[in-house]
Design a binder for this molecule. Structure first.
Ligand code: BGC
Length: 776
């Protein structure tokens, strides 16, 4: 039976891959840092990683990537002089658990040495109340009297992919506090880790050796007695405390935490998690597998949600390590943002502020990237400054060892529109124009300006076209009129007009200042013209299929199996110049289907059906972003079982780790927050059938047969609802704090819902699905 609030395993050693994998699956994070799911005594060989959010470093010509901190969670226990490790054959039992309720990692390992059995327990969390703080409770007990030693402190042997990023690592010990101070290589930013313990074990001896700043407790343990040690570690980087040196900030924090005590720290942390779950949980009755996987996905998102006020975003591999350069892709806006927007808008604000904060980087990219580009061309792989971390030769060919020219950086232009759409969506869902006024409107106008400089006006056809791009399907590069891209570009122009109209009505003086600052007023009519005359490939009148890009339908048909059979290397990249997929119709990930999902209110069911059926057998799902798009559209076209399969694929990706670990020669393993967000979207938008229209919320349930009920919270325009769907009824429970009356269309029935007035609507699975669509 699946546990609904935890996962556990009895494995602790094994191959390098399995240790790596558990490091991902059992990681914990708190938005400021991620701590991989490794064991107390592990080191860099086991890929221990404390990956910091928002601080990056480059060594030489290697990839710039996030900084991993020294490990303040390190402990090594010895029994009668034998150091214990879960990697050795002294292990007789092991169990480790990740608790979803409070994002806590626990291990219990029993070691046997010389006929004695020692049990080591530890329980670790990264505080969501004090984002620089980690807390560990360790306990040991032995079944016989024994000499036990506990060496605990900070290990500054650091696992890096392209490091070493920290230099001048300096250990210090004073007043029973440990510290390691360091500087990054590139910008010489200070990073410091401090550690304090609270224990009744008595005195300890300093032990600084082999890049570990430790203290050692040695004592004679009595049989059966439990010896406890609480550990507090803090990680500060220069940006966390501009006024105070990071070492001081870290030392002060561990002292404060120790004074408060581990239990109080945990109580604060757990209370905050409880309120997160109260807002964001999705409850599925009747399907434990789906419930566990979905909840795990939500845990992942909530753990990596940026710290309030940080204006940080979530990288494509979250905080699970340095993979993908710790970079932020379109994954955030298109796949993760909806979850936060509809359940936890304060976190959506941070994600959007990140794009506002990095606007100058996007401007620099437009200026340097292309002939006459203007405005904001957002980075395909964005780090702290918004400059593009994506290289022109971003993939290594495992066959020849050569670098392959890819055009992700210079041609995947839909990224700017993805950002613009996200900012507008925040306004549409929350009704709050703060983000627009605090830089979002500027971003949107600059994105429209970029697209105008990128678009071509074809006089003979009387239309604008977007040429020479990569759409979401990265196997076909430099294509013309990619349906997804054109639709996003057209929407960006439309949004630019809508933003101006909104500000004109509500904040005319601010608008005037903004238009003057950007010197853009004269360009607005051109944006409006582009919004009206930009070409977006339409469904074929007979087949209803939308051609992914010009010429796609003339390519050769090929199945995934056929191409896989031709591969000469298991990690061979199927795209770029010579890739096997290039001359064929095989696509890497949802592209037209992605567009149909993004603009799902605009396309009729028949078009969705025709395209889903056409593209689905031609999609490799070579990206973790693909399955949820197919899942969501499948729910709308009566492909319930396929929808469910794709849903599980999305929701279990990080639990089961069935994903590519290499693309070409590049290691890409780690967690998949976009798929986690896709799992939420599939549950709520897909099976729940939630669609937010202009003035009402549509709920058109299409639950998988075995789900007895689906329950979730939804925030809308500052109010909150708890929605519960069963096979025959939908109930909408407004929060007691709601201020407005809201219009709903529930299973085809218009209802309104205000505070104190919950609504229940009967429906039957047999009722025809309402597509909520209008033809375009
Ligand atoms: C996908 C992109 C995605 C990136 C990061 C690539 O494999 O094709 O769409 O943004 O991974 O997840």
């Amino acid at each position: 039976m699946k546990q609904l609030w935890e996962i556990s395993t009895t494995e602790c050693a094994g191959s390098k891959e399995s240790i790596m994998l558990r490091g991902n699956v059992y990681q914990i994070a708190n938005g400021a840092m991620g701590y991989r799911g490794t064991l107390d005594e592990f080191g860099p060989a086991e890929a221990v990683g404390i990956t910091l959010a928002g601080i990056f470093d480059q060594v030489g010509e290697a990839w710039r990537e996030p900084v991993n901190a020294p490990n303040g969670g390190y402990t090594r226990v010895s029994l009668d002089g034998t150091p214990l490790s879960a990697l050795d054959d002294t292990v007789v039992a092991h169990r480790q658990v990740l608790h979803f309720r409070d994002a806590r990692f626990e291990r219990e390992t029993v070691f046997a040495v010389g006929g004695k059995k020692l049990t080591l327990r530890s329980s670790r969390f990264l505080s969501v109340v004090e984002p620089n703080l980690g807390v560990i409770r360790l306990s040991v007990s032995c079944d016989q009297d024994a000499d036990i030693a506990i060496a605990t402190g900070i290990d500054y042997n650091i696992w890096d992919l392209n490091g070493p990023h920290l230099r001048e690592l300096t250990p210090s010990q004073s007043d029973d506090l440990l510290c390691v101070d360091a500087r990054t290589h590139e910008a010489r930013k200070r990073v410091a880790v401090a550690e304090a313990v609270a224990t009744e074990l008595g005195g300890s001896q300093p032990l600084v050796a082999e890049n570990r700043n430790l203290r050692r407790f040695a004592f004679r343990a009595r049989a059966g007695e439990i010896y406890v040690l609480d550990k507090f570690f803090a990680v500060f980087a220069e940006q966390d405390s501009p006024a105070t040196p990071p070492a001081r900030g870290a030392l002060e924090l561990v002292k404060r935490a120790r004074q408060l005590g581990r239990d109080a720290c945990l109580a604060q942390h757990a209370a905050e998690w409880q309120s997160r779950w109260a807002r964001c949980d999705v409850v599925i009755a009747g399907d434990d597998e789906a419930q566990q996987a979905l909840r795990y996905s939500l845990l992942q998102l909530l753990m990596v949600a940026p710290v309030q006020g940080s204006a940080n975003s979530i990288p494509a591999r979250a905080l699970s390590g340095q993979v993908y350069k710790g970079a932020v892709f379109w994954d955030t806006e298109m796949f993760m943002l909806p979850f936060f927007l509809h359940t936890y808008p304060e976190k959506a604000v941070e994600l959007l502020r990140y794009r506002i904060r990095t606007l100058d980087g996007a401007r620099r990219k437009a200026q340097t990237e292309g002939p006459g580009y203007r405005g904001a061309f957002y980075a395909w792989e964005s780090q702290d400054t918004g400059d593009d971390a994506c290289t022109y030769f971003n993939i290594g060919d495992p066959i020849t060892g050569r670098e392959l020219r890819t055009h992700f950086r210079d041609k995947q232009v839909h990224i700017s529109g993805d950002v613009a759409l996200a900012l507008w969506e925040y306004f549409r869902i929350t009704g709050d124009d703060r983000m627009l006024r605090e830089g979002g409107a500027e971003v949107i106008l600059e994105c429209a300006r970029f697209y105008y400089s990128y678009a071509h006006f074809k006089k003979d056809r009387g239309r604008y076209e977007i040429l020479d791009v990569i759409g979401p399907d990265e196997y076909h590069e430099r294509v013309n009129n990619n349906a997804f891209t054109n639709a996003v570009v057209r929407e960006t122009f439309a949004i630019a007009g809508a933003v101006v109209a909104h500000l004109e009505r509500t904040h005319p003086a601010e608008l005037k200042t903004l238009l003057a600052k950007l010197d853009i007023a004269g360009e607005l009519p051109a944006f409006a013209d582009a919004a009206a005359r930009l070409y977006v490939p339409a469904p074929h009148p007979k087949t209803r299929v939308i051609e992914q890009f010009e010429g796609y339908l003339k390519l050769r048909d090929a199945s995934v199996e056929e191409l896989k059979a031709k591969m000469v290397h298991p990690n061979e990249y199927l795209g770029a110049g010579q890739g096997l997929a290039v001359p064929t119709k095989l696509i890497k990930q949802a592209d037209v289907v992605m567009m149909l999902n993004l603009f799902r209110a605009r396309y009729p069911t028949e078009v969705k059906q025709a395209n889903w059926r056409y593209y689905e057998p031609r999609t490799e799902h070579g990206s973790s972003l693909s399955a949820c798009a197919y899942a969501m559209v499948a729910t709308e076209i009566g492909e319930g079982e396929r929808a469910y399969d794709y849903f599980l694929k999305t929701a279990t990706i990080d639990l089961e780790a069935k994903y590519k670990v290499y693309v070409g020669t590049t290691f890409i393993g780690g967690s998949h927050p976009a798929a986690n967000g896709g799992a939420w979207m599939t549950a709520v938008f897909g099976f729940g059938g939630v669609l937010i229209e202009e003035n009402r919320i549509l709920i058109q349930p299409r639950l998988p047969r075995k789900w007895r009920s689906l329950e979730f919270g939804l925030e809308h325009r500052g109010d909150r609802f708890q929605i519960r769907i069963t096979a025959d009824r939908v109930s909408v429970e407004p929060a007691l704090t709601n201020r407005h009356e809201h219009a709903f269309m529930v299973a085809g029935e218009p209802v309104t819902c205000a505070r104190g007035n919950p609504v229940t609507v009967e429906h039957g699975r047999s009722k025809p699905a309402l597509s909520g669509s209008r033809a375009i």
